[in-house]
Design a protein around this ligand. Structure first.
Ligand code: FES
Ligand SMILES: [Fe+2]
Length: 331
């Protein structure tokens, strides 16, 4: 899972001060050089292993707070202030640095081996005409797998988000599941307006709803709802694994609801926060329970739609060439 891009932070969080972040257990010092370019170094000074994220940025790079050793964005040690050479080391000392890409308001980092063979993914409809978007960031006390599973899990919505997202009346929905080398998708057919707060507020009566859930490696989930040509929303979550039981989740929510776009946002944003919080709580409980009862021993039932496929992909399998799988669930 290391040879992928992960979001380390949002662009606006990275200002003059360096910040510490952890990706897959790797401690990172994120900073901007004097030109404003984002950079990532291992958060451990070569000298006495002080966290460099405690330091300051100057013209030579990121300066350690302890004895002032300084590193540029490539990890080259550019100054040892106490050295008689005038502070410029000739030792070729080098610290681990990581490829960084900044786009669409996010700072992505690659902690894998060698050079990344691909670019980080794009968030859809970013800045597109008629679309609005916002971002939520939360730390989940749960493994990234449990987060993605939750984000693409329909049956829990009737219990964990009862009345908010899905209603009390359940109905049968048909699902078609397809997959590829690094993705799996569920297309939901026959999903009418949900009998819930969100359903009543945002979905016109009798609307034909097109709903798809998609997972892409490493831990990217996308949910699309399309109610009409100009009524659509997309929820995309990028999960950055921090530690085995900790995941930082960046959720990008884009929507267009002409002509009521702004108004819809007023309702949609606070509601999304409530829903996300409910998931934070339920996943924290699941993690606590897993730690109490021992390692995970899950039953993958066909109502779990794509959870088994996600597990297979994460375990290195491919779903390429599999025939589409059709099933029904009540939700
Ligand atoms: S620990 Fe960083 S300069 Fe000494
Ligand atoms: Fe949920």
């Amino acid at each position: 899972m290391r040879n992928h891009w992960y979001i380390a932070c949002r662009s606006r969080q990275l200002k003059r001060k360096p910040i510490p972040r952890t990706v897959l257990g790797e401690p990172l010092a994120l900073f901007r050089d004097q030109e404003g370019n984002a950079a990532a170094l291992i958060d451990r000074c070569l000298h006495r292993n002080m966290a460099l994220s405690r330091g300051k940025v100057d013209a030579c790079g990121l300066r350690c707070c302890y004895h002032g050793w300084t590193y540029d964005a490539s990890g080259r040690c550019t100054a040892i202030p106490a050295a008689p050479t005038g502070g410029v080391p000739e030792t070729g000392l080098r610290l681990k640095s990581y490829p960084v890409v900044e786009k669409q308001g996010f700072v992505w980092v690659y902690i894998g081996g060698g050079e990344p063979g691909h670019q980080p993914p794009d968030f859809p409809e970013f800045g597109a005409r008629g679309w609005r978007h916002w971002v939520m960031e939360r730390e989940f006390e749960a493994a990234a797998f449990h987060c993605v599973e939750n984000f693409l899990d329909v049956p829990h919505t009737a219990h964990v988000h009862r009345g908010l997202f899905r209603g009390k009346k359940v109905k049968e929905i048909e699902i078609e599941v397809t997959g590829g080398a690094d993705w799996i998708q569920a297309d939901f057919v026959g999903e009418g307006r949900m009998d819930s707060l969100i359903g009543r507020l945002l979905i016109p009566k009798g609307a034909e709803i097109v709903h798809t859930d998609r997972f892409t490696l490493p831990y990217l989930t996308r949910v699309d709802y399309r109610m009409a040509e100009n009524r659509q929303y997309i929820v995309m979550s990028q999960c950055t694994p921090v530690a085995p039981d900790k995941t930082r989740v960046f959720t990008y929510m884009a929507y267009r609801f002409s002509p009521l776009g702004g108004l819809v946002g007023l309702v949609f944003r606070p509601l999304s926060k409530v829903i996300l919080n409910q998931d934070v709580v339920v996943l924290r409980k699941q993690t606590g329970d897993l730690n109490r009862t021992g390692e995970a021993r899950f039953v993958y039932h066909e109502t779990d739609a794509i959870a088994r496929g996600i597990r297979e992909l994460l375990d290195g399998g491919s779903l390429e060439g599999r025939p589409p799988d059709r099933k029904k669930i009540r939700a």
